[in-house]
Design a protein around this ligand. Sequence first.
Ligand SMILES: [Fe+2]
Length: 291
Amino acid sequence: MLIAQITDTHVSAPGVLTCGGAVDSTARFAAAIQQLNSLTPRPACVLITGDLADQGQPEEYEVFAELLDHIEIPVHCAIGNHDDRRVIVNALQLPAPLPGGWVQYCVDDYPVRLILLDSTSNVHHMAEFCEERLNWLRDRLAEQPDRPTVVAIHHPPFDTGIAFLDALGPGWAADLIALLGEHDNVELVVSGHVHRSIQTVVGGNLANICPSTAQQTTMDLAENPSADALFVLEPPAFQVHRVGEGPVVTHTVPVGDYEGVIKVTPEARAGWADGDPRVLLAKRDHHSPSA
Ligand SMILES: [Fe+2]
């Protein structure tokens, strides 16, 4: 099963740019949707892993919902620290929250089960995962212990090496990681929040952060990161995960303008098998977008 993942769309109100006025995140999300719709074969669905809106405002979710109408496959949204759960459940018609207000739910429509979690706080932008949310997840995982499962959670349950985002440390996720580690049917844990493509293993589970469709975080692994270069306008991107068919495979799909495809003829591909790279070079046909 192919599952697309888009994250940190940071959609804004009409006419408003995000990230200090530098990013048209709404336009970038729209471009990602166009690219997603063009994929062949199409993913079965798309997970959008939080920070759907930039400021959690109702008018931003109106824009977001309008854009969702253009996505030609089912969409399942998780909440991020820029979202407002009081608004998002109604605006996007998400399943009813837990008694504590947390937006967590399962999707059982596919060969792979999707479990969407809520790692946000009511008082700050850092991650948290309380007993109520943990117990809910424990019960859900116990329901179908043998079914391939993907868990989506906005904040990644691991440190990335990007200091200003790791400030809280991974301690908040210790119980979550231990629980997930008890379930080897959890094939993949997908997150956003960091605005970069990052992969690791936590508690025996493969864990992945998808790049944002808005700005990316600067690649800065220094202990004391630069104070004035936190974000960079690398191309927006999303990912496609193949899950439930052998080892998990993740592809990153850049969005936007770049040099055109290089067509390789069947004869040239036959040359690969002969180990003769000159055949490939002789046969390639480079098309620029303007051609
Ligand atoms: Fe974000």
